[in-house]
Design a protein around this ligand. Structure first.
Ligand code: ADP
Length: 497
């Protein structure tokens, strides 16, 4: 409570607050035990890196060190790939599918049991609000393991006329925005299909993957089925180059995705890429506006906008633009930015200094090119990496903020008059990962979904995920699908019966 008004009647009545502040509601940090240093998870054990190199991983909300992490070199990656190959040939590919399923169900249940600890760790290491890691990342990660556990013993019925066989060893490289969830998206289908894996988490967010190694041990997964090598892009490049890997699955930037595609060309390795995006979130004049504003906010400020499918370009039909922008600004002023471990926080810390610098540079370009910037008044903590929720109006399609992926809490608003114009503008991007459509008309939703060049189109909602629903891109957003039956295909050889 900040100020109070004098009550109109009755001195015995409690004063009416003019505005409310939320008292801090911090989640317990000590539920997580973080070791001072971590090794690499190879062959079922945490081992010292042969490279003898380490770096420090931080809490981005405080710029404080959390642990020393191994920077795996070429020999470490080779060792992990050998362990994965051994486990593939000697145990995992020989197990009955129903046995594989049992392990995956176990992992899913342990993730649920340890979800509070993992959610706190995810927020500590990545900066995302605990409300999101607790209510989105962790439940979805467990759901992915449950879902693919269910497929493990049904593969032979899933592809009529074809016999599915595992591929072998999968090298998997993931980003820092949803560390444990991306791990689940990668590991669950690979294991269900009978492959073994070497996973490389992003350099800024290795901790939940390292605790996941403990989950794997608890589940008594045969050694070497899951291996985790930490390190930066150099470690990733070693994994991509490794001769012992049969498939590479990558989620990250388009630039690195292209480099990986070049690196595997001609090697016979399978490849799936889930890359950047610049999604259009399209609001028609018949849309329920308050609901749409919630969807716009969720579309761009969820996870500080560190979301490849974020609704970062808002297209509003011209006749309602003023009303939507007014409502949006009002709603933005209620967003609470701050401590990721506070249960009231809506927008947490930016994941790294590098990312913060990138967001700042793009926002400066937006101002310089002539867009109008709005940021609600909010007090940002002094230490750590922070960026206020931002919206740009008066944006032209040619501006960098309308073209490039910002990967931060920054929305660019553009307008349109007709559905044709909306489609034209929405598709005017090298990306094609996702889109949103807000309208009362079902027929318009179907017509738009058919014409939008995006792997996922949400209607009257945004950023909804389900393990049964395939996710992936068109054009420079990559290829291959994760989730659903489609998500198994990249991990299988389908032979004619
Ligand atoms: P972002 O821009 O979101 O940080 P990146 O594409 O740089 O995304 O990183 C995603 C993942 O790819 C991280 O795990 C990173 O270490 C890894 N990576 C970066 N460069 C390379 C590379 N040349 N080869 C393989 N992996 C890489």
């Amino acid at each position: 409570m900040t100020e109070t008004k004098t009550p109109a009647r009755g001195a015995d009545r409690a004063p009416i607050p003019a505005s409310w502040d939320y008292a801090p509601a911090p989640e317990a940090r000590d539920i997580v035990k973080i070791a001072d240093r971590y090794g690499l998870f190879i062959g079922g054990k945490l081992v010292e890196p042969l490279s003898r190199q380490r770096y420090t991983t931080l809490d981005p909300s405080r710029e404080e060190p959390l642990a020393e992490i191994a920077q795996a070199g070429k020999a470490d990656v080779a060792k992990a790939v050998r362990a994965a190959r051994d486990a593939y040939t000697k145990t995992w590919s020989k197990l009955r599918p129903s046995e594989r399923a049992k392990y995956l169900f176990r992992i899913a249940r342990i993730l649920q049991e340890r979800s509070r600890e993992l959610a706190v760790l995810e927020s500590l290491n990545g900066g995302k609000p605990i409300r999101e890691s607790r209510d989105v990342d962790l439940p979805l990660a467990a759901a992915h393991f449950f879902y693919y556990a269910g497929w493990a013993d049904k593969l032979e019925y899933a592809f009529p006329g074809r016999t599915p066989r595992p591929i072998g060893v999968a090298g998997q490289i993931i980003p820092w925005n949803f560390p444990l969830l991306m791990l689940a998206w990668k590991i669950a289908p690979a294991l269900a299909a009978g492959n073994t894996v070497v996973l490389k988490p992003a350099e800024t967010t290795p901790l939940t993957a390292l605790v996941f190694c403990d989950v794997v041990r608890q589940a008594e997964l045969p050694p070497g089925v899951v291996n985790v090598v930490t390190g930066d892009g150099r470690t990733g490049a070693e994994l991509v180059a490794s001769d012992g890997v049969d498939k590479i699955a990558f989620t990250g930037s388009t630039e690195v995705g292209k480099a990986i595609q070049r690196a595997v060309a001609g090697s016979g390795k399978r490849l799936t890429l889930e890359l950047g995006g610049k999604a259009a979130n399209i609001v028609f004049d018949d849309a329920p506006l308050d609901q749409a504003v919630e969807g716009i906010v969720n579309g761009i400020y969820f996870n500080q906008g560190h979301v490849c499918c974020a609704g970062s370009r808002l297209f509003v039909q011209e006749s309602i633009a003023d009303a939507v922008i007014t409502k949006l600004k009002r709603r933005m002023s209620t967003l609470r930015v701050g401590d990721p471990l506070d249960k009231n926080t809506d927008v947490g810390a930016i994941n790294s200094k590098t990312q913060l610098d990138k967001i700042r540079a793009l926002v400066e370009s937006g101002v310089a090119e002539g867009a109008e910037i709005y940021q609600p008044p909010c007090r940002l903590p002094e230490r750590g990496y922070w960026f206020a929720p931002t919206v740009f109006t008066n944006v032209a399609q040619s501006y960098r903020i309308a073209q490039e992926e910002i990967f931060g809490p920054v929305l660019s608003v553009l307008t349109f008059r007709t559905p044709e114009e909306a489609v034209e503008k929405a598709n005017n991007t090298p990306y094609g990962l996702s889109a949103g459509v807000w309208t009362e008309k079902g027929s318009r939703i179907l017509a738009m979904a058919a014409r939008l060049r995006a792997g996922v189109v949400w209607a009257n909602t945004y950023n909804r995920f389900d393990p049964a629903s395939p996710f992936g891109g068109y054009k420079e957003s990559g290829f291959g699908r994760e989730g659903g039956l489609h998500g198994l295909e990249p991990y299988l050889r389908l032979e004619p019966r």
